[in-house]
Design a protein around this ligand. Sequence first.
Ligand code: HEM
Length: 138
Amino acid sequence: MKKDIETMTDIQLLVDNFYDKVNKDEMLSPIFNEVAKVNWEKHMPIMYKFWASTLLGEQGYVGNPMDAHFRLNEKRKLEGENFSRWKSLFVETVNELFEGEIANRAKKSAFAIADLMFYKLQNYEQSAGVNIGEIRRQ
Ligand code: HEM
């Protein structure tokens, strides 16, 4: 029986493994590394905080995830298939490492945010000014 996601160490394991997969993925790796030219040393601690805040209620993440993706989408339009791949790698990672209530919540949140993000990128005009944090808190 695998454990659930309970501590910051668990979050780091999840996020590290997820981005390992992203970096090996033929479709997503070029988007992160060639288009966005992500500085991984900077990005990883932000992602630890984001997921710790989403799943464990930890303080620490400040930011607006939509902005980063609007900027990226302007450089290179993000397609439905990019989000499908992102979601499948995320679920695969969670399932390999964890099981339980929070693990299930991680998958549900990731899907909800990914779908909302894609929707907003497609409907940029209408959604300007609404951030993902507001919607998640409802
Ligand atoms: C095809 C799907 C996606 C791609 C290609 C993508 C790519 C990126 C890139 C390039 C960045 C900027 C990194 C940097 O600052 O250098 C970023 C930031 C981020 N992404 Fe994504 N992303 C995707 C989906 C998602 C989803 C579904 C979530 C949430 C569930 C998410 C959460 C975040 C967060 C929290 C940040 C940090 C924003 C900040 O700086 O505060 N991303 N993403």
